[in-house]
Design a binder for this molecule. Structure first.
Ligand SMILES: C[S@@+](CC[C@H](N)C(=O)[O-])C[C@H]1O[C@@H](n2cnc3c(N)ncnc32)[C@H](O)[C@@H]1O
Length: 205
């Protein structure tokens, strides 16, 4: 059974809910905004790209992606965070640029080969099953599509080496990893990864 500290962290940041989730959402919208925007920037999104954002939380990156691409889908298991995304991106949702759905990385509900770019900031470290999740991302990406992931380095289990190994096992290629320092004195180092789904058909293991 999860201890009380773990439960409080879960309610604040892991799968935000209730009053703690509201506070967590506000903190994340401020503290993680630079990283969210940076990942969108380096993803080099085109207007026609279909972009899947996992765990958008309060939706800063979702909004930034919606300013560049005409087709953005945000998937999050937290109804509270989906509501926050709805408020932040109301216009983009109204115009049909941004869509939201409840789900998790391992089960996005998206059709096979329907996505050009997957982005995930600060949630890969809490996905319970990397094999299932990266297998799902490989499935929904079109051949040649790319995935970009960022996580607080200090909270990434096994570090970038473990993350890259999981991504490779799922069949991705051209895997690159690096760290990035967000601006601000309290910001922590971001561990980041980029990979591509092979253009030739591959099976996941
Ligand atoms: C720590 S917050 C990060 C939010 C935002 N990306 C940021 O960096 O500020 C984690 C987010 O991922 C969501 N999440 C939790 N488990 C998930 C999973 N298995 N797949 C996708 N998203 C998940 C949570 O509901 C929450 O919105």
């Amino acid at each position: 059974m999860a201890n009380i500290g773990t439960r409080l962290l879960e309610m604040s940041f892991g799968r935000p809910s209730g009053p703690l989730g509201r506070i967590g959402g506000r903190l994340m919208a401020r503290g993680n905004a630079a990283t969210e925007r940076h990942l969108v920037e380096i993803a080099d999104l085109g207007r026609q790209d279909a972009v899947l954002i996992l765990g958008p939380g309060p939706g800063v990156g979702l909004e930034a992606a919606g300013a560049r691409s005409g087709h953005v889908i945000g998937i999050d298991p937290s109804e509270l965070m989906l509501e926050s995304c709805r408020r932040r991106s109301a216009e983009l949702i109204g115009s049909g640029t941004v869509r939201l759905a409840r789900g998790v990385a391992a089960d996005t509900g998206q059709p096979a080969g329907s996505v050009d770019v997957v982005l995930a900031v600060n949630n890969v470290q809490i996905w319970p099953d990397w094999r299932a999740a990266f297998g799902e991302l490989h499935r929904v990406l079109r051949p040649g599509g790319r995935v970009l992931v960022s996580a607080h380095e200090k909270w990434l289990p096994g570090g970038l080496a473990a993350l890259a190994a999981a991504v490779e096992r799922a069949g991705f290629e051209e895997i690159r990893t690096w760290t990035w320092e967000p601006p601000g004195r309290s910001a922590t180092t971001a561990a980041q990864l980029r990979a591509r789904r092979a253009v030739t058909a591959e099976t996941t293991s």
